[in-house]
Ligand binder design. Structure first.
Ligand SMILES: C[S@@+](CC[C@H](N)C(=O)[O-])C[C@H]1O[C@@H](n2cnc3c(N)ncnc32)[C@H](O)[C@@H]1O
Length: 271
């Protein structure tokens, strides 16, 4: 159960950020290969655009690409260390605005101002109440035809199994099941699910229009969801299309293979 305080402690204090988060892209062959091969194909219809809000940018792994896809970029993170790192990294970009928040509030964002809200590889560590709070605020922050793409935990789908396992004495648990189910939780939020995301949208006048449930690293459980949403009366509103994709890491492996030939990441100066 990662709490906001634990996230704060981890990302603001204990985590070293030696490669600015690029270390998490190694399965894809680097951040550039992951962006071009796995993120952009999922959001290409929504960018470039006017104003993007990125929630939880860390040291700017995706900010580095989002900044080239909008007139204005607002980034909000609960870690002051992360926001300072982004300010330094993108010091030449006058169109980026930075905010440290409390892990919940978007009060600094004007209503009706956001064309596209994005978060990737961050809110998987946020419990359901955090997602609910962010969505309630995004309902007023998005423009009438705005869109959102948020990567969050679906681990709660396996909660009944997790609860059963928690009843097994811990010494036996380590032996028997940690490797099967508990280890693969990867610090995902156990209370959050793709279904809850749909409900939270419905409650506040948003419509969830697409969800891709995926596995992560070498796991064979759909522990994550990429959820797409829009105001319920927007021109993009439609029934939710759901895809269960257990081949997500095969996609990563294909990206990696290709990146040896096509990536110019290590040759770019100042990126
Ligand atoms: C694993 S890092 C990922 C950063 C970046 N998205 C990336 O992929 O490189 C998680 C980030 O989420 C931020 N974070 C976690 N929970 C948050 C919350 N509730 N609100 C805002 N930021 C949060 C952390 O401070 C950290 O910067």
């Amino acid at each position: 159960m990662p709490t906001i305080e634990e996230n704060q402690q981890t990302w603001d204090k204990s985590y070293e950020w030696e490669q600015q988060g690029d270390e998490w892209s190694s399965a894809w062959g680097g951040a550039e290969a992951q962006w071009v091969g796995s993120i952009l194909p999922r959001i290409h219809a929504f960018i470039p655009t006017g104003t993007i809000l990125e929630i939880a940018p860390g040291f700017g792994r995706w900010t580095n690409y989002l900044r080239k896809s909008c007139d204005r970029l607002i980034v909000v993170d609960l870690s002051e260390k992360c926001i300072k790192a982004c300010q330094q990294r993108f010091a030449n970009d006058s169109h980026i605005e930075y905010h440290v928040n409390d892990g919940r509030s978007l009060a600094m964002i004007p209503d009706n101002s956001i064309d596209f809200v994005f978060s990737f590889d961050s809110l998987v560590h946020a419990e359901a109440d955090v997602l609910e709070t962010y969505l309630a605020q995004l309902a007023t922050k998005l423009k009438p035809n705005g869109l959102g793409f948020i990567h969050h935990s679906n681990l709660g789908q396996y909660q009944p199994a997790l609860s059963l396992i928690e009843q097994i004495p811990s010494e036996m648990r380590a032996e028997i099941v940690n490797k099967v189910l508990l280890e693969p939780t990867r610090w995902r939020a156990g209370s959050m699910t793709a279904r809850l995301f749909v409900n939270y949208c419905d409650r506040v006048g948003l419509k969830c229009i697409g969800q891709e449930l995926v596995n992560w690293e070498n796991e064979s459980l759909l522990i994550d969801s990429f959820s797409l949403f829009t105001p319920k009366n927007s021109i993009w509103s439609r029934n939710n299309h759901v895809l269960e994709n257990l081949g997500f890491m095969q996609e990563a492996a294909a990206n990696k293979k290709r990146s040896h030939v096509y990536s110019i990441e290590n040759k770019q100066v100042g990126s």
